[in-house]
Design a protein around this ligand. Sequence first.
Ligand code: GRF
Length: 211
Amino acid sequence: MLKLAVCVSGGGTNLQAIIDRIGDGTIQGARIVRVISNNPRAYALERAKQAGIEGVCVSPRQFETRDLFNQALLEALQAAEPDLIVLAGFLVAIPPAVIEAFRGRIINIHPALIPSFCGKGYYGLKVHERALERGVKVSGATVHFVDEGLDSGPIILQKAVEILDGDTAEVLQKRIMEQAEWIILPQAISLIAQGRVVIEGRTTRILPERR
Ligand code: GRF
């Protein structure tokens, strides 16, 4: 059984998608052991509670220094003994000590087709604002492993989403969530649970289904 720790900051719709796909059997061989939020008011914590999953808040505001927060985050993760950490809309720079402790075992969902519209400053609605400003005709989402860089780790899955006339950043954000994020994040977890994702340097290889 692949034990998941899911880190969240906000609404938690990606968390919900994972909970639902475990619930309906689309993801097999995985369960969420802990949800960690940096924001005590994140609705994601309520979703965890309703699903009977332990939710904990580790907020920078509870600590005098960033180092102390980073240490507490590491401890909250280690205490859950996860096999995989899923960053599902987690608006916190992952401390190097966490990456070191869980190398190759942290994944993130980014709401664009990496390497477009990613890196420093590309989070939340800003990603979609920049995509619309640039006038791209497709955007999408990417699930990737987390390394020391920003959105630079090996890509696991991507899904393209069309941009339509009249899109606002909010409308595009919602379409990308519905048509890409809520689909490929559970898919990536399912593939990892089946042992089908192999990291090869900067890339990944997805092994065929075992029959
Ligand atoms: C998603 O767009 C995710 O890609 C991004 O933050 C958003 C989180 O939404 N980085 P939710 O909390 O899962 O609803």
